[in-house]
Ligand binder design. Structure first.
Ligand code: CMP
Length: 138
């Protein structure tokens, strides 16, 4: 995966539902710690069973999430993935593959825990999706 750091304006970050209620200072923090990258259609971003090193937020494009029991979901712009292994310390629960070219933000495990401590609104915004996903993978 090739990571390229570019500046991310507050407006683009605020378009992401997870970040929509944050103030400028928090958005600047995210812009500083997140890494933006692009990958082509077909790229496997996450493989089941790997240790989790980061969480991703999809800025453009779509991905397909497939669990080992064969269920799948499509995620689109503004949605996040890769959080479960970071929050639980378990291996990755699903495969995530780009179905179109994608542009994503990556946040590392250590940055995510610092970010959630400083900006608990992000954790609150994640909760409904977490509940759905934990339910679906078990
Ligand atoms: P993680 O287990 O770290 O890596 C695979 C990711 O797929 C997982 O985190 C979630 O972000 C995502 N995922 C797992 N189950 C679902 C689901 N039911 N719906 C959407 N995304 C999911």
């Amino acid at each position: 995966m090739v990571y390229g750091r570019r500046s991310m304006e507050a407006d683009r970050l605020r378009a992401i539902p997870l970040f929509q209620d944050l103030d400028d200072e928090a958005l600047k923090l995210i812009a500083d710690l997140a890494t933006e990258f692009e990958e082509p259609a077909g790229w496997v971003l996450i493989e089941v069973g790997q240790p989790g090193s980061g969480m991703f937020v999809l800025e453009e494009g779509t991905v397909e999430v497939t669990t080992p029991n064969g269920r799948s979901w499509e995620l689109g712009p503004g949605e996040f993935f890769g959080e479960l292994a970071l929050l639980t310390d378990h291996p990755r629960k699903a495969r995530v593959q780009a179905t179109t070219p994608v542009r994503c933000l990556a946040i590392s495990r250590s940055d995510l825990s610092r970010l959630l401590e400083r900006e608990p609104l992000i954790a609150v915004a994640m909760l409904p999706k977490l509940a759905e996903r934990v339910d679906a993978v078990h």
